[in-house]
Design a protein around this ligand. Structure first.
Ligand code: HEM
Length: 355
């Protein structure tokens, strides 16, 4: 199948100068540095806080929760550990500490979308799959990427997403049809192929919401993360799915990493100035520059998996200098909702540093 890396211009002579802002490329696949600072308006931050709790309630309704000690959604998962090695392109794009220097440890959580703890891997509600990454930084801190296997999202705003979940939770077919008919992004999401990957390590994952990357020279670009499985994407046919066990993905990953590491390229698709950076429903065209920011090598699963999953909080706004949020309101809404779900899960206060 076609690889996202076929779009990568890494290695072509103009890229370094381009990322440093020394030249502005205008041909196909090019972006321009982004002028001016970006901040999330305070009003937007305030507006999403009630919505976040209501969203977690809506997930609970949809998945007959709350389920004690479990995530409200993406409930079933498995951890893997390994390393991340950045490329020179990453260092040129952003001054972020993990984009410079040697290999650092990573903890990755793969998951299914469903909020049911007993979810079956081959079920429709298992899509999209999740891939959350925690980069462990040299100073003892960490930074996260939270991605899923659908390139896009059913709603552009937290309020619309909440409404979508409530409509789904009502199980009223005519309400659901009316919502889909008036929300094209939700319609596209609902119509997307419902595939089961052969392995968590053979699926693409997308960060969806944009960030602003700033390098040592002060030049900024907007970009969106992608994780490309180096083994290639591979999906099961309907008969194969029927023959699989309910937990085949965790079983496969444990077995896989005993034999060979699961590897992913961390890619960043760069926006052109005309591309919307505040709306995750709007997929940027395929001809946009995609840089290869580094490689994740996962070579082990963990023994105390359930306890560690419960204690881990991944959020899209757990950031470091050199990577800032875009004005996409989902970033704040997601971070708040993940925290609500986390606090309900562990019953304690989270010590999250991005507030
Ligand atoms: C406003 C939009 C969204 C809301 C309100 C939301 C809400 C949530 C909540 C409440 C959780 C459980 C977190 C926890 O208990 O730790 C979660 C998990 C997750 N979400 Fe979202 N989500 C949103 C959008 C997205 C998007 C756009 C993506 C993918 C790019 C995504 C991917 C994931 C993943 C992978 C997890 C599992 C995190 C983990 O492994 O701990 N979500 N989401």
């Amino acid at each position: 199948m076609r690889s996202h890396v076929s779009d990568v211009i890494a290695g072509s002579p103009g890229v370094a100068a381009f990322l440093l802002g020394l030249s502005i490329a205008t041909g196909a696949g090019a972006t321009e540095p982004v002028p001016g600072p970006v901040s999330v308006p305070a009003t937007q931050k305030g507006a999403t806080s009630a919505v976040a709790a209501q969203t977690v309630d809506a997930f609970d309704r949809l998945f007959q929760g709350p389920h004690a000690g479990a995530r409200a959604v993406h409930t079933k998962g498995i951890l893997a550990e390994g390393t991340f090695v950045p490329t020179e392109q990453a260092a040129l794009l952003s001054r972020a500490v993990h984009f410079h220097g040697p290999a650092i440890p990573v903890v990755v959580r793969f998951s299914n979308f469903s909020g049911l703890p007993a979810n079956v891997d081959g079920d429709a509600a298992s899509n999209p799959r999740g891939m959350s990454i925690k980069f462990v930084l040299p100073d003892g801190g960490d930074t996260d990427i939270v991605a899923h296997s659908y390139n896009g999202f059913p709603a552009a705003t937290p309020e619309d997403f909440l409404e979508f979940l409530r409509v789904l939770g009502s199980q009223d077919a005519s309400r659901i049809d009316r919502f889909l008919a008036t929300h094209p992004a939700a319609q596209t999401f609902a119509a997307a192929p419902n595939r089961s990957p052969q392995s968590y390590a053979r699926e693409f994952y997308y960060g969806v919401n944009a960030f602003r990357f700033t390098n040592d020279a002060g030049v900024s670009h907007y970009g969106r993360y992608r994780l490309e499985p180096i083994a290639g994407a591979a999906y099961l046919g309907p008969t194969d799915v029927a023959g699989k066990s309910r937990d085949y993905l965790a079983q496969e990953l444990r077995q896989r990493v005993r034999q060979e590491p699961a590897r992913f390229r961390l890619l960043i698709q760069l926006a052109r100035p005309s591309d919307p950076v505040n709306d995750g429903t709007m997929v940027w065209p395929d001809d946009r520059t995609v840089i290869n920011a580094g490689t994740l090598t996962l070579n082990r699963t963990v023994t105390d998996d359930a306890a560690r999953q419960r204690a881990l909080l991944f959020t899209p706004l757990n950031l470091v200098g050199g990577i800032a949020p875009s004005a996409d309101p989902m970033l704040v809404a997601r971070t708040r909702a993940y925290r609500v779900s986390f606090e309900r899960r562990v019953g304690t206060h989270a010590d999250e540093k991005d507030k």
